[in-house]
Design a protein around this ligand. Structure first.
Ligand code: FUB
Ligand code: ZN
Length: 656
């Protein structure tokens, strides 16, 4: 795009994110937005539809009818001195639901839903103060206290408002919420950055949102404000917090300046949003200072503090990280929002480096840790996602702190963001999801389609339609799990040597590809209908953890393709804690279309311990056992479940 064109668009106040990204040198790959991707996939399409038809209506009902979230906005506008009800951060659930609605409207236009969103937007706009401040809690409880306690989520709310506004504007072209968000951001900018008043956001989120606002408006002020927020950390400015843990600077990543951080600390969701924002600011400002820090922090997360499900934040007391390798299974906190944040951050790391290991982690968190947060019916949610249960844990209809439901909703509706990426000279196929993307390459529209039964089957057919013959590179991700490396780092490894050799064909012939950063790279002049066939064998793999992970000692987990498996009560005689998986137990696979919306189950014969009724003796007998994908547990009533299985009888941790 020529400079004068950019200037005209910038003057008009609107500039596409693509043109901004094109100016980035640090970000070597551009994301492909879900609005350019049509998903036809057998696995994801029904989930997306369910979020549109069930989850979003649940979020609307909870937000508007069953809880006073929308009422709080009405109370502000009514100016009758009514009291705020609920938590100081409840406005964020309205905004996140609106963001999910915006994505849903893009996927599936729906006049009634759009009307509801417009109605909410009118109420939100009516609650904004003349100076731009917008926060129902402080407006109803005392504006004199605003911006006095960093823990009170004022900028977290602003961040979610901005994200919703950008999403709604992108889908509908309607500016009302975007204008509200701009006034909010301007108010914050003039309160803090322009006056150089120190302020640390207790719950990061606004940083990544401000970059979205910058990409949408072209106004660099918002990018500078995002960077300013990042630069506030690590200098002792952080204040507030309602209990001791929250006062600790580690809790909100405020002990060390962001560019010097090396280790992950504190609240998991805050950390994920922070590093996503840091990656975005680094990319937009061509500042590699954030990148160096984030590479170390990422290694600390993935190498020492991540569950095999891609979940993070093992400790409930701080909703976050504790010490390295502290990964309890039954007591795992593993908030759904933290896995959603892992998807965001790992995408950014991939765009900045071109390395597929970030997508390996993204895929793990998406298909396991995050998806587990949503019931198969679409109307029940997990806040925490443990890896074992004695039977007393189930999904809820809603929560007092309800960050997770609308978060998983917005992620599922926008899952198309993570399938492809591009430059002008190349296309990256990151996730294997049946879809068609229309991409602009060298000023031509190129269509890339995938058909696949992934994650049940590892055959992926990619068809290229460039219109006219065009030379470009195609990077097809070869997952780490297909190259004998389940997770980057050495915490987890495969204990068996099941053959996982993959193969790649172009137009039916074996292709000589180069392996570059975890991708099979093919460069050629493509013509309409050219076909790439990737075959990823999907044997049942056994995973073990290194000895430092004491909760997984002498235990084994099963994985097939990208999915981690678990044993759940209905398939195993109501017990799972008494199943032993010695190394010689063989598994067969079977697709069961009628079970759990259609899953591949793993079936084997394994020693199962039975305890005598008096509890004094035990016998072991080989019995049929069945494992299901982890994300699909807890959909058939409460009961025991376990991911990490003992390998010997003495390794059984809990005997029922
Ligand atoms: O504080 C807002 C959200 O609520 C956090 O992201 C979650 O961890 C939960 O505490
Ligand atoms: Zn949450």
């Amino acid at each position: 795009m020529k400079k004068w064109t950019i200037a005209i668009l910038a003057c008009a106040g609107l500039i596409s994110s693509l043109s901004m990204e094109a100016q980035n040198a640090l970000q070597i790959i551009q994301p492909v937005n879900f609005s350019q991707v049509e998903i036809q996939d057998n696995f994801w399409k029904p989930v997306i539809n369910r979020v549109s038809t069930v989850t979003i209506p649940v979020c609307i009902e909870q937000t508007e009818v069953k809880t006073p979230r929308i009422r709080n906005f009405e109370k502000v506008a009514a100016k009758k001195g009514e009291k705020h009800k609920g938590k100081c951060y409840d406005d964020s659930d309205v905004y996140k639901a609106l963001e999910a609605i915006a994505y849903s409207l893009k996927n599936q236009p729906n006049t009634n839903l759009e009307k509801k969103a417009d109605e909410w937007i009118d109420k939100i706009a009516a609650a904004q103060l003349p100076d731009g401040y917008l926060n129902t809690y402080y407006t109803l409880t005392g504006l004199d206290k605003r911006w006095t306690d960093m823990e009170m989520h004022e900028d977290y709310l602003a961040g979610h408002l901005i994200e919703a506004a950008v999403a709604y504007y992108n889908t509908t072209g309607k500016r009302k919420l975007l204008d509200v968000a701009i006034r909010v951001a301007d108010n914050i900018d003039s309160t803090f950055r322009q006056k150089n008043v120190p302020w640390v956001s207790g719950h990061e989120e606004i940083e990544l949102a401000l970059v979205k606002l910058y990409n949408t408006t072209g106004n660099k002020k918002y990018l500078d404000l995002a960077d300013w927020y990042l630069q506030q950390r690590g200098y002792g400015h952080g204040k507030g917090g309602i209990w001791d843990e929250m006062k600790a600077p580690e809790y909100c990543q405020d002990k060390i300046p962001v560019k010097e951080q090396k280790e992950i600390t504190g609240h998991a969701v805050r950390a994920m949003y922070l590093y996503t924002g840091a990656a975005d600011v680094g990319a937009a400002k061509n500042d590699d200072g954030y990148m160096n820090a984030m590479k170390s922090v990422w290694e600390d997360v993935v190498y020492r503090n991540m569950y095999i499900t891609g979940g993070i934040g093992s400790s409930g007391s701080n909703e976050g990280f504790s010490v390295d390798y502290d990964l309890p299974n039954e007591k795992a906190y593993c908030e759904t929002c933290a896995s959603v944040g892992m998807v965001f951050w790992n995408q950014r790391m991939n765009l900045l480096t071109g390395d597929a290991k970030y997508i390996d982690v993204l895929e793990r968190s998406l298909y396991n840790g995050a998806l587990d947060g949503l019931s198969l019916s679409g109307d029940r949610f997990f806040y925490g996602n443990p890896l074992a249960s004695r039977g007393n844990y189930s999904r809820n209809e809603w929560f007092g702190t309800a960050c997770c439901p609308s978060n998983i909703a917005r992620l599922v509706e926008s899952v198309g963001n993570y399938i492809y990426a591009k430059t002008d000279e190349a296309v990256w196929v990151n996730l294997f999801i049946g879809s068609t993307a229309t991409l602009s390459l060298q000023n031509k529209n190129v269509k890339i389609s995938q058909t696949t039964k992934y994650p049940w089957d590892g055959d992926i057919q990619i068809t290229v339609v460039p219109g006219e013959k065009t030379k470009f590179g195609l990077y097809v991700r070869i997952p780490g799990w297909a190259q004998n490396k389940p997770v980057p780092g050495n915490t987890y490894s495969f204990s068996d040597s099941a053959s996982t050799a993959f193969s790649l064909y172009v137009n039916g012939k074996t292709e000589n590809y180069k392996l570059v950063n975890g991708y099979a790279f093919i460069e050629r002049t493509w013509k309409n209908g050219d076909n790439v066939h990737l075959h990823l064998p999907m044997p049942v793999c056994r995973i073990i953890a290194i000895d430092q992970v004491k909760d997984d000692r002498n235990s084994v987990a099963l994985q097939r393709g990208p999915l981690v498996y678990c044993f759940e009560h209905p398939d195993n005689g109501n017990h799972t804690m008494n199943i032993i998986l010695p190394d010689n137990v063989k598994f067969t696979t079977e697709f069961k279309p009628e079970l759990l919306n259609g899953v591949v189950v793993l079936k084997g014969n394994a020693p199962v311990v039975s305890v005598s009724p008096d509890g004094l003796s035990a016998t072991t007998e080989n019995k049929p056992v069945t494992a299901i994908p982890y994300y699909s547990w807890a959909n058939r009533g409460a009961g025991p479940m376990q991911v990490w299985m003992p390998r010997k009888i003495q390794d059984i941790k809990i005997i029922p």
